[in-house]
Ligand binder design. Structure first.
Ligand code: HEM
Length: 485
């Protein structure tokens, strides 16, 4: 069951709303910003889990999230007994944190959750999804309306819809290097009984391995039971707490919220394609070097095969089928992003451990300037046009330390991941050597001097409040009591 108070972004990528733009904002006038947010035409666009089946959610949707500074500017009175966690308060761009995340060039980023000499300071993220292209600048989300609403538009990031293909076979997502994406996603336990999962269970798609992706809601939604069986820690607002003590339901301000780790990543597509062409596969049945670097064939087929028929592209494990990395190299991007059952002392404990470090990924491809670009988004309708410049990567999680930062530091950005001899993630780079080893039965094969394929343009930590908390912020805590659970 999708909860009506949880912003729909937690449950859905809105892939049917193929046009999307991200608005990165700074709050100039908090009263005007609250009045802007209070408008029914704005709040009404922010869908909750229960709205996803509604007809109007099929046309347009909005997600609203704030950095810590953004929440304070909107009037948050942080409760000293239940403060926001350090990672979120300090921000992704805090120098020690940036170092730990291997973000060495953070001072040159275009934007961040902390300002800098060059870096622009962003406090609010709007993700605006539409079925139709953004053409005329009118309505409450137009740039002039935002400016009138006390919100300075620091940056607008347009995305290209051609990387989403909706055909008879369902929705397929791609990324600019050409790979199919969005195949591995955690399934929230509360939604695991929905029709898609039921069909998988009935038809035994992926066999029992399909259950590996079912994860406790509290890994993504604050206040809900997580993989430890504890309610995910939810911070509070002193004004909300006072209202609660007067008899309102016991949930905290941040209950039903989630954290977003946003990474605005530039992809050097020409460089990647030249590298791929220089390292072709020996024959059609053997994965090429770049496919081994990702860990999937370009069409998304995993390099470690699903042991059951019919197969599921997300149902495979490493420990028994590919412990040495002979099929899917140990340092490949997907093995780093989710080592599945290789943690722990056996398959069951390995799967259980990996469930404590999962991320819901909600990336869209941001577009370059192209001939057909409309004002608010790239005008490409369909087909892959190569105008994608990179990923606007959003990872949702309930614990930035234990999930996003752990994955980034210990796995993706760790040169010694899986006992490798100082190698970087082949897609994301890092602070090790630009080398990649393909393990092999006799000797492996190491490729060195791999050029950097990506670079970070900006990023920050945001809080995605539940709908009641969002209304509470919009009314500055006036006349709005927490809704019931
Ligand atoms: C431009 C940058 C990136 C590109 C091109 C990229 C590409 C891909 C591709 C093609 C897949 C396989 C499709 C799938 O399994 O759904 C994938 C999976 C994944 N990526 Fe990335 N990615 C990028 C950045 C990141 C970052 C920054 C992180 C996290 C810090 C990350 C974490 C993951 C995870 C967790 C998976 C799923 C692995 C699994 O469960 O098997 N990726 N990525």
């Amino acid at each position: 069951m999708k909860h009506p108070d949880v912003q729909a972004l937690v449950y859905a990528s809105f892939a049917q709303l193929r046009h999307c733009r991200y608005l990165l904002l700074r709050i100039r006038d908090a009263d005007a910003a609250r009045a802007w947010l209070r408008q029914p035409e704005v709040l009404g666009l922010v869908k909750g889990g229960a709205d996803l089946r509604r007809e109007d959610a099929q046309d347009e949707a909005l997600s609203v999230a704030f950095t810590h500074a953004g929440l304070l500017a909107m009037g948050l009175e942080e409760d000293h007994d239940f403060p926001f966690p350090t990672a979120f308060r300090e921000g992704m761009n805090q120098p020690d944190r940036a170092r730990a995340l291997a973000d060495r060039s953070v001072d040159e980023w275009a934007w961040g959750d902390l300002g800098g000499d060059v870096r622009q300071h962003v406090q609010v993220l709007l993700a605006h999804f539409r079925k139709e292209a953004f053409e005329a600048e009118s309505g409450p989300l137009s740039l002039p309306a935002l400016e009138r609403g006390g919100l300075e538009v620091v940056r607008m990031v347009k995305t290209c819809p051609s990387y989403i293909r909706n055909d008879g076979e369902g929705t397929q997502l791609f990324e600019p290097f050409g790979f199919r994406d969005g195949l591995s996603q955690p399934v929230l336990r509360s939604t695991a009984d929905d029709s898609r999962m039921q069909r998988k269970r009935r038809e035994k798609v992926g066999g029992d391995l399909a259950e590996d992706s079912v994860v406790a809601d509290g890994e993504f939604i604050l206040g809900w039971p997580n993989e430890y069986g504890d309610p995910a820690y939810a911070p509070d607002d002193a004004r909300w707490r006072a209202a609660r003590l007067e008899g309102a339901p016991p949930q905290r301000f941040a209950t039903h919220g989630s954290y977003l780790a946003v990474r605005h990543i530039r992809q050097h597509v020409d460089r990647f394609k030249a590298f791929a062409a220089a390292h072709p596969a020996p024959d059609a049945t053997t994965p090429s070097l770049v496919e081994k670097m990702v860990g999937r064939r370009i069409d998304g087929t995993p390099l470690v095969k699903c042991p059951f028929a019919p197969p599921d592209p997300d149902a495979f494990r490493y420990r028994v089928d590919d412990a040495e990395g002979f099929q899917c190299p140990l340092g490949s991007h997907i093995r780093r992003g989710n080592p599945r059952d290789t943690l722990g002392f056996d398959v069951a404990s390995g799967v259980a451990q990996s469930k404590r470090h999962r991320l819901i990924r909600r990336a869209r491809i941001y577009a370059g300037e192209c001939q057909q670009a409309g004002k608010g988004g790239c005008g490409h309708a369909d087909g892959r046009r190569d105008c994608g410049q990179g990923l606007f990567f959003i990872a949702l999680n309930a614990d930035l330390d234990r999930q996003f930062e752990f994955v980034q530091q210990r796995w993706v950005g760790n040169p010694r991941f899986a006992d490798l001899a100082g190698e970087n993630d082949p897609i994301m780079g890092g602070r090790g050597a630009n080398a990649f080893t393909v393990q092999g039965p006799a000797v492996g094969q190491r490729t060195v001097n791999i050029p950097p394929f990506t670079e970070m343009v900006g990023g920050g930590y945001f809080f995605l409040p539940g709908l009641t908390a969002l209304r509470f912020l919009a009314t500055q805590g006036q006349g709005e009591l927490p809704g019931s659970d």
